[in-house]
Design a protein around this ligand. Sequence first.
Ligand code: RP5
Length: 165
Amino acid sequence: MSKVGIIMGSNSDLGVMEKAMGVLEELGVEYEATVVSAHRTPERLAEYAQSAVGNGFKVIIAGAGGAAHLPGMVASYTPLPVIGVPVKSSNSIDGWDSVLSILQMPAGVPVATVALDGGRNAGILAAQTLAVADSNLLNRIAKFKEDLKLKVLEAASIVENHKPK
Ligand code: RP5
């Protein structure tokens, strides 16, 4: 089965990144998660990214906060698609530093950047990437989106039938 690699700059990013894990479990997608710090373990970053294809990963989700160089540096080392999750971390000024560090990559080295603290969308996007070559997974994602629609229709019905107190 195709595998998603999930890395984060610190275990303090786990609250955001576990949302990616959660939705991958819901969708029945295999993943492996660990901590890789761009600035504090640069050799580990290079080793992780350079061996990612050989280790069976098909897409990588990388989350970090502040001067968030992890997703971009991983993307520089691997041909795999990289999804970046900006984290509003303790060392982030207001989240914009994390967003812009991950978003503003030079032409030729893209990182698919999701919203600030957008771990769940990163997981969904990773699953959608794998689903291109997996029709069963594509069907599960279609069902997932159908459920989203049903929830909104349910919310609409609650609002439409609401009587103010
Ligand atoms: C970043 O610095 C990490 O990704 C984390 O978001 C932030 C703070 O790290 P810790 O000081 O909590 O280890 O590199």
